[in-house]
Ligand binder design. Structure first.
Ligand SMILES: NC(=O)C1=CN([C@@H]2O[C@H](COP(=O)(O)OP(=O)(O)OC[C@H]3O[C@@H](n4cnc5c(N)ncnc54)[C@H](OP(=O)(O)O)[C@@H]3O)[C@@H](O)[C@H]2O)C=CC1
Ligand SMILES: O=C(O)[C@@H]1CCC=N1
Length: 269
């Protein structure tokens, strides 16, 4: 049976998922979404040709609900949904930090919950979606979640205890690479290149490096060594990265993201 899927809270990640499902061949008759502002609802209707309904209508009509509001808005959404949610619905949460138990405590008894941490490259079918089942989620529920997320990238199942770490690495991960590209483009300007050329050079270096990382099977140290000629340019740059503590900064940054995910899960705003 084809499931009907509703995206509740169609912001950046909700819209990315909705567009991915449409690209993957889901019929717009089997998809719906919700928005809390009329102009946003109109924009989504016009862009995707899907029904934009209320959260309560979505709870009644869809087999699977993807909750993609901010962690801080989740409690209000669950209060609205809970009285109207039949117990056979599958609830998928994309919210950072919020444990499946949080949903189970607020939804009708036995509702299966699957926690998924996607990332924005789902927009180009290169996403990573990290999946964990809550206490009522069966293999069938996990497969139903994977049927949604696999067409827009890779999926990985992890124990729920690893979700905060996965959020730090994978959910937030693309932002770190954009940040590096931004910083290295600035470096190109300092070195006298026009901005557009600096941007193109560093983006192509990123794409080439990413494809080699994915396809060569080599350890990143090996790949870096192959670029680093004796007494050459690369080692001069690496020495500066080490001197400025970039490795330690990255470790501390991801630890901070993991801690913030935990914090969001304990109801901090
Ligand atoms: N952005 C990312 O890369 C990722 C985000 N996530 C998770 O996804 C969730 C959303 O993040 P993101 O997309 O960045 O945030 P956005 O703010 O872009 O999206 C949230 C959307 O939910 C809407 N909303 C809030 N409350 C309701 C409600 N009661 N009913 C209907 N719609 C509602 C908001 O409406 P309005 O426009 O009016 O504010 C907004 O459009 C978060 O929980 C985040 O942790 C997970 C992985 C990656
Ligand atoms: O920054 C955030 O909180 C969300 C979760 C992962 C990526 N973006």
């Amino acid at each position: 049976m084809q499931q009907r899927v509703a995206v509740l809270g169609t912001g950046k990640i909700g819209e990315a998922l909705l567009s991915g499902m449409i690209r993957a061949g889901w019929s717009t008759d089997d998809l719906m979404c919700t928005a809390r502002r009329a102009e946003r609802a109109e924009a989504l209707r016009a862009r995707y040709g899907v029904e934009v309904v209320s959260n309560i209508e979505a709870a009644k009509a869809a087999d699977t609900l993807i909750l993609a509001v901010k962690p801080q808005d989740m409690s209000t959404l669950l209060e609205e949904l809970s009285p109207h949610l039949p117990a056979d619905r599958l609830v998928i949460s994309a919210a950072a930090g919020v444990p499946s138990a949080f949903f189970e405590e607020r939804l009708p008894a036995g509702v299966p919950v699957v926690r998924v941490m996607p990332n924005t490259p789902v927009l180009v079918d290169e996403g990573m979606s990290v999946i964990s089942g809550g206490s009522h989620a069966t293999e069938d529920h996990l497969l139903r979640a994977e049927a949604i997320f696999k067409p827009v990238g890779k999926t990985l199942r992890v124990p729920e205890s690893q979700q905060d770490a996965a959020t730090a690495l994978s959910g937030s991960g693309p932002a770190y690479f954009y940040y590096l590209v931004e910083a290295m483009t600035d470096a190109g300007i300092l070195l006298g290149l026009p901005r557009d050329k600096a941007h193109d050079l560093i983006v192509q270096a990123a794409i080439g490096a990413a494809v080699m990382l994915r396809d060569s099977g080599e350890h990143p140290v090996k790949l870096r060594e192959a670029v680093t000629s004796p007494a050459g340019t690369t080692i001069s740059a690496i020495r500066e990265l080490e001197k400025h503590g970039v490795r330690a900064a990255l470790i501390a940054a991801l630890e901070a993201a993991r801690d913030r995910s935990r914090e969001l899960g304990t109801g901090h705003s």
